[in-house]
Design a protein around this ligand. Sequence first.
Ligand code: CU
Length: 117
Amino acid sequence: MKYLSITSILMLFICSCSKEDNEPINFGNMITTSGLNFVPEVLNCNVGDTIFFELGVTHNAVEVSEVNYNANNSTPIENGFELSFGESNYIVVEESKTHYYVCTPHLPSMKARIIVH
Ligand SMILES: [Cu+2]
């Protein structure tokens, strides 16, 4: 008969506790880069969701206004998010609106949206 070590029992205890204590995180809200594209180009999510970014080393992500998005202008929007080249990070969306963002060196092709419902 095999017994669980004290470490294993502690680990099981810690894991089951943290599952109950924390809100579930939706890891489906992930934005990556492929070629000169953000993937997905349109991310649909809900207020309160966490959005993860994993950017390739040649790409950044700068939130811009809708007007600048349509004009392929990378001027950052006030209080927007900004991830530097190759950064892996996350944001939490707290408002029902559309976030427009671009990769500065790869405009006009590389831009995308996060639609918060
Ligand atoms: Cu890029």
